[in-house]
Design a protein around this ligand. Structure first.
Ligand code: AMP
Ligand code: MG
Length: 319
């Protein structure tokens, strides 16, 4: 069984995972964070550049391995922010040149699906992938990965973070909104925006900002209503994709899936339609290196020639 080192660097996380088969031997990461405002790509890249060597060393230490023990390097090739992706690529180049370790590039969104399949009992799930920048409903259908629904504007995490920032909660805002939401069960109606199989958050964000500014509402009620509305939209689209593809497994992925209420609502939806809900542990839901390693191991073919380059705009349906 191959020992694989996976490199994740699509956005704010620089992560190194080391796996053997589906066993995670190490999964170390460091996040670029900001006090105010969103992610600035070149600054995130600078953060990754500063830390990538120590993260690789720490992962090897945790796995009790030496770099010579690594049989394959997998790196996230896209989609993502070019400056950040380039740091991952640089790490692969260095390790490949110095130690002659073979490599493979991996699609980040597909990795969220594959790691879920590897660590849960899901066989052929519909993935609800909800992260900072991405929100997609993905399934393997007709011989390829397909997107069945997605956000038309911003990712769920960015939406949560934007509102959190607006009300002065800092970044990342998702966990802070969740904490506030737990203090309320007073639902206030918000714009519910599902268009066909796609969703959008901008209208709800504008409305929330107006409601907050009017000072007529409690912030915990806004947080609660935001979660109830946004998560219902996500699960409506996920449920329809399950019905359309005739699949009876739902898998969650992405940082927003760490949210307790989303997990609970996903479980309820699956129970009601006699389907199974699979949720990996939080460290595998957020961006991480282990998911890249596991996906690389699955697809690597020694007879194939892989290119050392990034694919910042690669779509799941192009894989
Ligand atoms: P990712 O891009 O997959 O690493 O996920 C990052 C996003 O997940 C950020 O936008 C966070 O605000 C969001 N997030 C993390 N934990 C939670 C949580 N418990 N509830 C909601 N969102 C969360
Ligand atoms: Mg992600």
């Amino acid at each position: 069984m191959k020992i694989v080192l996976g490199i994740e660097s699509t956005a704010h996380t620089f992560g190194i995972g080391i796996t053997r088969g589906n066993k995670v031997l190490a999964n170390v990461k460091k996040n670029y964070t900001t006090e105010k405002g969103g992610i600035i790509p070149v600054e995130a890249a600078r953060h990754h550049e500063k830390h990538y060597k120590e993260i690789i060393e720490q992962a090897l230490l945790e796995a009790k391995l030496k770099i010579e023990n690594i049989n394959l390097i997998a790196f996230s090739q896209g989609p993502g922010l070019s400056p950040c992706l380039r740091v991952g690529l640089q790490a692969v180049k260095e390790l490949h040149q110095k130690y002659k370790i073979p490599f493979i590039g991996v699609n980040h969104c597909v990795a969220h699906l594959e790691v879920g399949k590897a660590v849960t009992k899901a066989k052929d799930p519909v993935l609800l992938y909800v992260s900072g920048a991405n929100t997609q409903v993905i399934a393997f259908e007709g011989g390829k990965y397909r997107i069945f629904g997605e956000t038309l504007d911003q990712g769920t995490g960015n939406f949560l973070d934007s509102f959190a920032r607006y009300i002065g909660l800092g970044f990342p805002g998702g966990p802070k909104i969740a904490e506030l939401a737990e203090k309320s069960n007073n639902y206030i109606e918000l714009p519910y925006s599902v268009k066909g199989m796609d969703i959008s958050f901008t209208g709800m964000l504008t409305k929330l900002k107006q409601m907050y500014d009017s000072k007529k509402y409690k912030t915990e009620d806004l947080a609660y209503s935001l979660q109830e509305t946004a998560f219902a939209m996500l699960l409506e689209v996920a449920e329809r994709a399950m019905a359309h593809c005739n699949k009876n497994e739902l898998l969650l992925g992405g940082g927003v899936a760490c949210n307790k209420r989303l997990k609970e609502m996903a479980n309820i939806m699956c129970k009601e339609r006699n389907a199974k809900c699979f949720i990996p542990e939080n460290s595998l839901l957020v961006d991480n290196g282990a998911m890249i390693a596991i996906t690389g191991a699955k697809f690597y073919n020694p007879k194939k020639k892989y290119i050392l380059d990034i694919k910042p705009y690669e779509r799941t349906d192009d894989v």
